[in-house]
Structures are given as structure tokens and as C-alpha cells.
Design a protein around this ligand. Structure first.
Ligand SMILES: NC(=O)c1ccc[n+]([C@@H]2O[C@H](COP(=O)([O-])OP(=O)(O)OC[C@H]3O[C@@H](n4cnc5c(N)ncnc54)[C@H](OP(=O)(O)O)[C@@H]3O)[C@@H](O)[C@H]2O)c1
Length: 260
């Protein structure tokens, strides 16, 4: 009988802690959906490096929450505002072994095409597309050489296909491009145990929403209810933790049937 764990790197225990022995980096993990992803990873036994942008308090709260889960995995923090991929790529080596990469941070600009500046195009292309792309390229070889790795990317709401957008074309263009990254990674990583998933969340309730925006989104949401970060994270991380990663290459709308 063949050993199903053969060639999978450090010995994970199946069952309750399927990610035990794995180490994750969650970019944008200190708030919103990223924070729920950190909890879902830690609850499955992974050690987590939580990246945050500018709020030390939010990052510390997230780390305390993870340490309080009692799953005995380590939680470390990295506070680093990002303007371009090289800001983080230069720090990767110092972060040590990364088995799971999650790119949650995804800046949004609500503007019509005619009002979108060159600087905004540049920022969104760099942070919503080039940053996840460059991180995946940098981390794939080591994951592949160890025979195990996972990447979780976040698209925008309904950016699973080529569509037109009235008020956020620059953001959606970058997010739609992530599907090429996810499918290419899945194909390139398939032979060496590296899986990649692209999740396109629906309308999600986070601490970053202002009152006006929240009620506008609630009007559009199925039954007037926004999704919770936990609902997105649990589904995404559950698929990511599966062995083998049967969902690798999937572009998944987690939006509860949203019709915009
Ligand atoms: N929320 C939704 O309804 C929704 C819908 C569809 C898709 N998405 C996608 O899902 C992902 C998560 O979205 P989200 O709304 O939960 O949060 P988000 O605003 O994309 O990310 C929040 C995280 O990014 C960090 N961050 C913010 N600005 C930063 C900067 N300049 N440099 C480095 N880090 C920075 C935050 O840290 P600080 O708190 O310290 O700033 C926090 O850790 C994104 O990719 C988004 O595009 C979200």
C-alpha cells in the first residue's frame, strides 16, 4: 500500500489539525477577511505570520486572538505598509519557511474609468495583481522542492469572468487577471504537491465598511444580509487544507448567489 503522505514534507497530522507542521504567511491578515483566514488556519494547526498595514493595535489583537485559540501553533506579526511588491519581497527571506501563502490585502478604488488616474491604475495593478503574482513566483520553487504548498488568492466580487464594470474597472481588471495566475500555478504546481485557489467573495461585512457603504451593500445582498469574513474563510481554508488539493485551479465565487 502506498503512503498517502509520501513526499509531502513535514509530517502533518490528519483530522482535527490538518495543517499542523505548516507555516503560513497571510498578507493583509490583521483585519477583515484576512483576519478570519488567520483564525481558520490557526484553528487547523498552522503557525501563522500575520502581516498588517498600518494598525499596530489591529495586528496585536489578531496575534492575541490566534495565541488564545490554544492550538499551540506560533503566531508572529509583520507590520509593513505596502506600495509595491518589492516592499515585501525584500523581506521574504527573513520570514523563514512559508508553506502556505494567502494574499488577502486588496486595495479598492470606486471610480468610473474617466475619473481613474494613471497613479490609481499603477497602484491597483501593482498591489492587486503584481504583488500576489510576485509572491507566488518567489515562493513556488521552495514549496515545490519540499513537495507541499498552498496559495490562496482573493479576487473581487464576481471577478471570476471577463465582465464590464461601471465604477471599479481598474480594480476588477487586476482582480480578473488573478485567474490566470491561479490556473497557471495550479498547473505548474500539480506535480509537486502545490495547490492554488482563487476565491471571489461576495459582499462581506468587515470593520473597514463605513455606515453609508454598509447599507448600500445590504440593499444589494441576498435577503439583505452581508456575508461574514468567517463564512468566506472557513470555506476557503477548508478547501485549501484538503489533501490532495482537489480544488486547485478553481476560481470560486463565494457570494451566496449574489446577482448584481
Ligand atoms: N470586503 C469585501 O466585501 C470584499 C468583496 C470582494 C473581494 N474582497 C477581497 O477580499 C480581500 C480582503 O478584503 P477585506 O475587505 O477584508 O480587506 P482589505 O482592506 O483588502 O485588507 C485589509 C488588510 O490589509 C492591510 N492593509 C491595508 N492597507 C495596506 C497597505 N497600504 N499596505 C499593507 N497592508 C495594508 C490591513 O492592515 P491595517 O488594518 O493595518 O491597514 C489589513 O490587514 C481583498 O483582496 C478584497 O479585494 C473583499
Amino acid at each position: 500500500m502506498t503512503d498517502p503522505q509520501a513526499g509531502l514534507g513535514p509530517s502533518p497530522s490528519a483530522g482535527r489539525f490538518p495543517l499542523e507542521g505548516r507555516r503560513a504567511l497571510v498578507v493583509g491578515g490583521s483585519g477583515g477577511i484576512g483576519r478570519a483566514v488567520c483564525r481558520a488556519l490557526a484553528a487547523r494547526g498552522a503557525a501563522v505570520v500575520v502581516h498588517g498595514g498600518s494598525s499596530r493595535a489591529r495586528l496585536d489583537e489578531t496575534l492575541a486572538e490566534l495565541r488564545g485559540l490554544g492550538t499551540a501553533a506560533a503566531a508572529e506579526g509583520l507590520l509593513l505598509p505596502l506600495r509595491r511588491p518589492s516592499d515585501l519581497l525584500g523581506r521574504l527571506e527573513g520570514l523563514g519557511r512559508i508553506d502556505i501563502l494567502v494574499c488577502a490585502f486588496g486595495p479598492f478604488v470606486r471610480k468610473r474609468l474617466v475619473d481613474t488616474s494613471a497613479a490609481e491604475w499603477e497602484t491597483l495593478a501593482l498591489l492587486d495583481l503584481a504583488l500576489p503574482g510576485a509572491l507566488c513566483s518567489a515562493l513556488l520553487p521552495a514549496m515545490a522542492s519540499r513537495g507541499w504548498g498552498r496559495m490562496l488568492l482573493f479576487g473581487g466580487t464576481r471577478t471570476d469572468a471577463i465582465r464590464s464594470y461601471a465604477s471599479n474597472a481598474a480594480y476588477a481588471a487586476a482582480k480578473t487577471g488573478l485567474a490566470v495566475l491561479a490556473k497557471s500555478l495550479a498547473a505548474e504546481g500539480a506535480g509537486s504537491g502545490v495547490g492554488c485557489l482563487l476565491v471571489c467573495p461576495g459582499l462581506v461585512e468587515t470593520e473597514y465598511l463605513g455606515e453609508a457603504e454598509r447599507s448600500k451593500l445590504q440593499e444589494k445582498a441576498p435577503r439583505g444580509r452581508l456575508l461574514t469574513p468567517e463564512e468566506i474563510a472557513e470555506t476557503a481554508v477548508g478547501l485549501l487544507a484538503a489533501e490532495p488539493c482537489v480544488a486547485s485551479g478553481a476560481v470560486l465565487n463565494l457570494d451566496g448567489g449574489l446577482a448584481l
